[in-house]
Design a protein around this ligand. Structure first.
Ligand SMILES: Nc1ncnc2c1ncn2[C@@H]1O[C@H](COP(=O)(O)OP(=O)(O)OP(=O)(O)O)[C@@H](O)[C@H]1O
Length: 390
């Protein structure tokens, strides 16, 4: 909940804080630029007040919720709180608490939780004093007050610093992770289905921008297949306003034709190997440090642990699979949160390419023995890549 007179959003980060001073400063600079870009693209009226380890967004009551939303969609940010700022005196804190309580709907018991930062003599009171006196102010402002310090339905937080105090009621969770751009990019195989956008988002969360790569299986794909991939690239770009890369669309109808006519049970593995070879070429061009896919152990016949091993032999680049150990239901839940779930039920092209009895425990020799020379197919696909701005 945003306090009615909120004028500041307190922003917190996590993993950055455990880095060495130099790395932390670099990451903070990246985070600052990313948050600024996120606020800009969403037209949030505010000033970013960047302080070492304690960023704040100065805004007004109208824009405080939008500023909090923007912060909570920015990688690296663990939580954000829309707050009322006030003088660091007991009287002002009581007033801010009273105002916040009067404007909130409190169903059930409340508590006041106060933290003081700074030197001992910065304030003539302790955090316990704030909790006691602040609690009284809240009590007086509510219609039917009830206190439970152990299990409150609503907590009124006070953060008292030497120069300023803040009152807030919500610590909204952000994605956490590291600032986008603090790692080298990765090529993301993006089908537009349920899994691959989630996988791409997961590596973005750890700081890697993604270069989305989609294979257009032409006659084998559904009509909306390309549109679906463009849409999920666009959704991902919304989390990366200053790091979004063009979606690359590689024509793959000819490769699919060839594999369907020439290869039996190991067909899907050769198809994956074709995709990884094209991704490798895109990585060379974009200085990407690896490839990311939405595969999970055992989810499909091509994704058994044995088959994943054979697939990876085709490239020297690391193939990252952030969803490797996730259950489908977890992936679906995350896709819904990220807004990449819709359209995912449209039939994927790969299903029409799959053989009736796919191999689940392939050996490298068998796959290589059945596989046509991928070189020409890869070269054609790379030459035909089109770029679409997200
Ligand atoms: N047309 C495509 N373009 C780009 N990448 C693809 C395409 N099809 C599959 N992939 C990549 O291969 C992975 C495995 O694809 P597959 O179709 O076997 O599984 P899936 O579980 O249906 O994946 P998704 O839900 O991401 O489509 C995907 O997560 C994605 O990274």
């Amino acid at each position: 909940m945003t306090p009615p007179e909120a004028d500041t959003v307190l922003v917190r980060y996590g993993d950055i804080g455990v880095k060495s001073t130099k790395v932390q400063r670099d990451m903070e600079r990246t985070l600052e630029a990313n948050l600024r870009a996120m606020l800009d693209i969403r037209n949030v009226t505010c000033e970013l007040d960047w302080r070492w380890s304690r960023p704040r967004i100065r805004t007004d009551a109208d824009a405080a919720t939008a500023a909090t939303d923007a912060a909570c969609d920015t990688f690296g940010i663990v939580s954000a709180s829309p707050a009322i700022s006030t003088e660091p005196t007991m009287e002002s804190i009581r007033e801010a608490l009273s105002e916040t309580a009067a404007g909130s709907e409190v169903e059930g018991p409340f508590a006041v939780d106060a933290r003081r930062a700074g030197e001992r003599d910065d304030h003539p009171f302790t955090s316990k004093d704030i909790e006691r006196e602040g609690g009284r102010a809240v009590w007086d402002a509510l219609d039917d007050p009830e206190v439970d310090l152990e299990d409150p339905a609503r907590t009124f937080h006070v953060e008292c610093r030497p120069e300023e105090a803040f009152v807030f009621v919500e610590k909204r969770a952000g994605p956490g992770g590291l600032p986008l751009g603090s790692q080298r990019p990765l090529v993301a195989l993006l089908s537009g289905g349920i899994d691959s956008p989630v996988a791409a988002w997961e590596v973005m969360k750890r700081g890697s921008p993604v270069i989305p790569l989609y294979f257009d299986f032409e006659a084998y794909g559904g009509v909306d297949h390309v549109a679906r991939a463009i849409e999920s690239a666009r959704t991902l770009a919304g989390y990366a306003p200053n790091h979004a890369r063009d979606l690359r669309i590689a024509p793959a109808g000819a490769a699919a034709d060839r594999l369907v006519s020439d290869v039996g049970p190991t067909r899907m593995l050769s198809l994956r190997r074709f995709m990884l070879r094209v991704a490798e070429r895109v990585a060379e061009e974009t200085r990407a440090a690896g490839i990311v896919t939405g595969e999970a152990i055992g989810q499909k016949s091509s994704q058994t642990s044995a088959n994943l091993a054979v697939t990876d032999c085709v490239t020297d680049l690391p193939v990252h699979r952030p969803l490797l150990a996730w259950d489908k239901q977890e992936i679906i839940a995350r896709a819904r949160e990220l807004d990449t779930y819709e359209d995912a039920t449209i039939e994927a092209g790969c299903n029409r390419i799959a053989p009736d009895y796919p191999e689940t425990n392939a050996s490298l020799e068998a796959v290589e023995g059945n596989e046509p020379d991928l070189g020409t197919l890869v070269a054609e696909a790379v030459a035909g890549i089109e770029r679409v701005e997200p």
